[in-house]
Design a protein around this ligand. Sequence first.
Ligand code: NAP
Ligand code: MG
Length: 454
Amino acid sequence: MSITQVINPATAEVIREVELVDREGTDAAIERAARAFETWRHLAPADRARLLRRFADLVDAHIPELAELEVANAGHTIGNATWEAGNVRDVVEYYAAVPERLFGRQIPVDGGVNITFAEPLGVVGVIVPWNFPMPIAAWGFAPALAAGNTVVLKPAEVTPLTAMRLGELALEAGIPEGVLTVLPGKGSVVGDRFVTHPLVRKVVFTGSTEVGKRIMAGCAEQVKNVTLELGGKNANIVFADADIAAAAAAAPAGVFDNAGQDCCSRSRLLVESAVYDDFMAALETAVSGFVCGDPRSAESDMGPLVTAAHRDSVAAYVDAAEVAFAGTCPTGPGFWFPPTVVTPPGLDAPDFTEEIFGPVLSVVRFDTEAQAVAIANDTEYGLSGSLWTRDLDRALRVSRSIEAGNLSVNSHSSVRYATPFGGYKQSGLGRELGPDAVDAFTETKNVFFATQAI
Ligand code: NAP
Ligand code: MG
């Protein structure tokens, strides 16, 4: 077994050593999960629901601890990390309603009675990235468990701590051994085994489009179900008729929240030419007020980037770009990068087309609504986006025209546990959260009972 050192990105100090699960350990965990499935799936629906509610209650009681762990491991601000732990509670609680409402249908047919059942798939493998270790884990495991599946979950190698703690809390809540197993390890070892092991009947993957494509291709080998949440290069469109002060004030958080390490980050800003100068002046003020600092402080709007290597990758984009203005960040140890606004020389500039996944905002102008829509859609991604306008007709027209799964009008909100989340085009496949997420964790079985001799 090998060991990985978990590092605090705000200080560059080692905070813990974690044993990585190897291939044999992964196989053993998958086999345990397959055995646990035989009892978990047959548990009375009310009992499965009760265990999930107890799990949600325990998460609720541990929100400060989980949040502090995420601040230390991922550099998230304490405000964000507290929201993220609360989101886990909410998601588990929301899906705790599922076991007793996992309805099939009775469909009228000739000569008998026809019933459908929503049956669990078996073992589900959830692969989680480092950018939102808690929420993304819960979006996979909560509906999966609620539908009667068992789960093996691989956190990102650099951010395993909160997922490991959630696994302990699940056991403490009385969820049986083997039902939710957290396996810290390498993507190429543990994650890959979820794809190739025949007992894993579905893979939920969130991460880069590049790895997502390989997961999908690997799953095809066994016709394995897959949900993919991949990257984004999301547009924030500001029309001249918008509340410009409000749009400028909200733009920094729309892109720099979580230091821009967010697949929904609005990293492309499209501003109508008539208001461009006024908007940019207001944006500069807003960016200078966006505090990059100690993530433990409630005053901080963003913390450091997750690793030194990731900071170098973000810095390389900015080195090659035209910087309009930037905020400030701490110096010294830690993987800091300031909120930065760039103005690309053309629509094909890498900072405008590639997912940087850091605190970098690329601003361009447009002259017509049609042009704004065309620029917004000129990408292989299609995850989220925002538009700012006071014109209701335009808001509806443009919302319907943007090829993306999650849009917000006059705000930058993307994620609510009760509404569906996912991407168009190469941003993903399938939807998480909301009332229908559980469909992605069940097979429909159709049974016909003859009531008369044929
Ligand atoms: P990644 O390489 O796609 O990793 C995501 C998860 O997949 C991690 O748990 C990783 O494990 C695992 N993984 C890696 N290779 C695998 C394989 N061959 N088989 C199975 N699982 C595998 O993403 P990343 O390296 O963390 O980030 C790279 C870029 O991806 C970011 O800069 C960003 O553009 C994008 N990204 C998007 C999202 C999103 O929410 N859509 C999230 C994170 C990253 P290890 O940690 O052990 O490698
Ligand atoms: Mg990677």
